[in-house]
Design a binder for this molecule. Structure first.
Ligand SMILES: Cc1cc2nc3c(=O)[nH]c(=O)nc-3n(C[C@H](O)[C@H](O)[C@H](O)COP(=O)(O)O)c2cc1C
Length: 211
């Protein structure tokens, strides 16, 4: 079955694409407004795209009434944000923070979360998050009236004790337990993993000659 984007409305494109490209990591973004109110909201149009420079991208839409979301407004105003990564333990809090609270009310208290000061950027990070990326706005692509792609340069990374081996930076997935977003209200855990060892072309030739 072929689905031509040109024949689908925006909401139907969203439905199809966001259900197919799964699981998506969740960026639980903290920003701060001009009054010092800390905003927290989840964004799953998100990933890391480069390590040199270290860049992440977040796709931010508008509210149904056409207004800009607080995260977009705050990043536009001061350029700083923190991507807090989401594990099983803070998944419910992340969902509370997705509620559209007014800009002068922080999502942090209603979600039952605590904040820790960041080292290099103004917005604090979430204390309960397993990892957090302190970011500065690199570029924002205004790809449509309703969609902006915020590119952030990662300046510092924080990881919870026991998550990363300090000697070789190897991650302990059992200690991490990140969740992914599927579609609608569905999420997945990362317990059921499997390994595929990548082979060189020489190994592939050897294996295929022996058959
Ligand atoms: C798991 C999850 C992922 C979300 N991902 C996005 C996203 O990628 N882009 C977006 O514009 N909204 C996304 N939302 C909706 C925003 O979180 C929601 O509009 C929120 O109220 C925005 O808050 P803010 O105005 O404080 O930034 C997502 C919601 C949830 C629960």
């Amino acid at each position: 079955m072929q689905h031509l984007m040109s024949e689908l409305s925006g909401p139907l494109r969203y439905k199809l694409l966001s259900a197919l490209v799964v699981p998506r990591p969740i960026s639980f973004v903290t920003t701060v407004n001009e009054k010092g109110v800390v905003n927290a909201a989840p964004y799953s149009f998100f990933n890391v795209f480069s390590e040199d420079p270290p860049l992440v991208v977040i796709g931010i839409g508008r509210r149904s009434d056409g207004t800009l979301k607080d995260t977009a407004l705050n990043i536009e105003a001061n350029g700083d944000f923190v991507v807090n990564l989401v594990d099983e333990a803070i998944a419910t809090a992340m969902n509370v923070a997705a509620t559209d609270f007014p800009p002068d009310q922080s999502e942090i208290d209603p979600a039952g979360l605590d904040l820790v000061a960041s080292s290099l950027v103004a917005p604090p990070r979430i204390a309960q998050a397993p990892a957090a990326l302190e970011c500065r706005n690199h570029t924002t692509l205004l790809v449509a009236t309703d969609r902006r792609l915020v590119v952030g340069e990662v300046l510092a990374v924080h990881t919870r004790e026991g998550l990363v081996d300090p000697g070789n930076l190897r991650l302990n997935l059992d200690a991490y337990r990140p969740v992914g977003r599927l579609f609608a209200n569905l999420y997945c855990r990362t317990k059921d993993t499997f390994e595929l060892v990548r082979m060189s072309y020489a190994d592939w030739l050897k294996q295929n000659k022996e058959r």
